[in-house]
Design a protein around this ligand. Structure first.
Ligand code: SAH
Ligand code: F3S
Length: 468
């Protein structure tokens, strides 16, 4: 009987990508994938440790799975961060595997099935970085695909555990990235999301850098230009997450020149107070951030922006928080993710006193939520009556009779089922109504038919919302 695997994914897009690659590896080793842990022979928890909540989730999920005889694998950032300690604390875990070790997964699972003691593999591949890619088998590519361009992070924002859990920055060559995208597009992929922790710091390891180069200038704009030129069948190109420091004039020019780039950019700002930005070690001021995103808007009509914000960072006063609110209004983010500061191990901010009370953090998060909801509502209202191009992602919900698609600006639009409306099709629709976080549209015509046999899009997430 074919063995069954269940993958549970927490956290960011990098984890979703890693889960997709673990799924490929395990399918190749003969496993079928099922959606729920019940009845699975192997369960993989792909974890997040950016906030403490993620770690708590792992503990409760792992606890639920401990009594049966499934092979339990813990992957992702908590695995990398805790390593051996996880097995000591939860001896029923069979495999702990870090993000750079995924190719070892099938072998470690096989050993566990044969009764081996728990194994822990969390070694960074700093000297010879490996990047797992989408299998470009026609009929198995997604309408949208994640493509990694770099991994790790050298920024060391004072609150963030990612440099510790994902290691130093390592880049793929532009040749490899372009080749992967070309193969995907040949297989039917319409949209590519380039991934990296600071995706726009990309430097091509095959290209020598001038010694006097501006440290903010990367080779990301050139990469975007190459993709546009060498994968002309690609409908949409997006990237996440950029760092504002590398939103340079050359990246702005790429947005002006390249129609394939999405008109929505997610640009984490974290705070609107210069004092807090400095304590966060973000390396820009509020004015610099605003100047850069305004340049981006001037370069390309209709660009919308979303962001990440932390409330209650150590030392954040009511005035600092008010500065954040005023910045959110000034920039006019169409959506945002808001987080309460959560002290993380191995981060410089641990030296600062976590002095904003939980109640105050909660109040600030709700106040932020109110401002951002109003901005989202106002933005969605302006979309009503416009004509948009939608990349259809699949049914609005499992079993729903309507379909959901995304505009170039990243708004979700629901339309009625109709001939030609299937995952991967690009259709033109008129927006007829705005809901709280999405739009409703009336289909007008099919612009590009769905490619044969593409997989439905990666897990569809709603427009960013404020969350705890
Ligand atoms: N560059 C990364 C950022 C990873 S963390 C990316 O690609 O998304 C994602 C977001 O989590 C950050 O932008 C920040 O807003 C939030 N975050 C990170 N560390 C945090 C902490 N200690 N407490 C609260 N929020 C945090
Ligand atoms: Fe984290 Fe800052 Fe890097 S938020 S991922 S240290 S850019």
């Amino acid at each position: 009987m074919t063995k069954k695997l269940c993958l549970v994914t927490f956290g960011c897009q990098m984890n979703v990508h890693d889960s997709q690659r673990m799924e490929d590896l395990m399918r190749a080793a003969g496993y079928d994938v099922i959606p729920e842990p019940e009845g699975a022979d192997v369960v993989i928890l792909n974890t997040c440790s950016v906030r403490e909540k993620g770690e708590q989730k792992l503990r409760s999920e792992a606890g639920k799975l401990k009594s049966n005889d499934t092979v339990l694998v813990v992957a992702g950032c908590v695995a990398q961060q805790e390593g051996e300690a996880l097995v000591k604390a939860m001896p029923f875990i069979d495999v702990v595997i870090g993000p750079d070790n995924l190719t070892d997964l099938p072998a470690l699972v096989r050993e566990a099935e044969l009764g081996a003691p728990p194994s822990v593999r969390t070694v960074f591949d700093t000297d010879a970085p490996r990047f797992l890619t989408n299998p470009a088998v026609p009929g198995s590519v997604g309408a949208s695909a994640y493509v990694t361009v770099m991994k790790g992070c050298d920024e060391r924002c004072s609150f963030c555990i990612v440099p510790y859990t994902r290691g130093p920055e390592r880049y793929r060559s532009a040749d490899d990235v372009v080749a992967e995208i070309r193969a995907l597009v040949d297989g039917g992929t319409r949209e590519v999301m380039l991934l990296g922790q600071t995706v726009n710091s990309f430097l091509d390891p095959r290209v020598e850098l001038p010694p006097d180069r501006d440290p903010d200038e990367s080779q990301f704009p050139e990469l975007l230009r190459r993709i546009a030129a060498e994968a002309p069948g690609l409908d949409r190109l997006r990237y996440t997450s950029p760092h504002p420091r590398h939103l340079t004039a050359s990246l702005v020019r790429a947005h002006a020149d390249l129609d394939v780039l999405s008109t929505h950019v997610h640009m984490p700002v974290q705070s609107g107070s210069d004092r807090i930005l400095k304590r966060m070690i973000r390396r820009y001021t509020r004015a610099e951030y605003v100047r850069r995103v305004n340049a981006l808007r001037d370069a390309r009509a209709g660009i919308t922006l979303s962001t990440d914000i932390i409330v209650g960072f150590p030392g954040e006063t009511r005035d600092d928080f008010e500065a954040t609110l005023s910045m959110v209004r000034e920039v006019g983010f169409t959506s945002l993710y808001g987080f309460k500061y959560s002290p993380r191990p191995h981060t410089p901010a641990l030296k600062l006193d976590d002095d904003v009370t939980e109640a105050e953090k909660q109040d600030r998060l709700l106040a932020l939520f109110e401002v951002s909801e109003a901005l989202t509502r106002a933005h969605l209202a302006t979309c009503v009556g416009t004509r948009v191009e939608l990349l259809i992602e699949g049914p609005s919900r499992p079993g729903a009779s309507t379909f959901a698609g995304r505009t170039r600006g990243n708004e979700i639009v629901h339309i009625a089922a109709a001939p030609g409306v299937t995952a991967g099709a690009v259709v033109v629709a008129e927006v007829v109504r705005a809901n709280k976080h999405s739009l409703e549209g009336r289909m007008e015509s099919v612009r590009r038919e769905a490619p044969p046999k593409v997989q439905p899009t990666f897990r569809r997430v709603a427009l960013p919302v404020v969350s705890a």
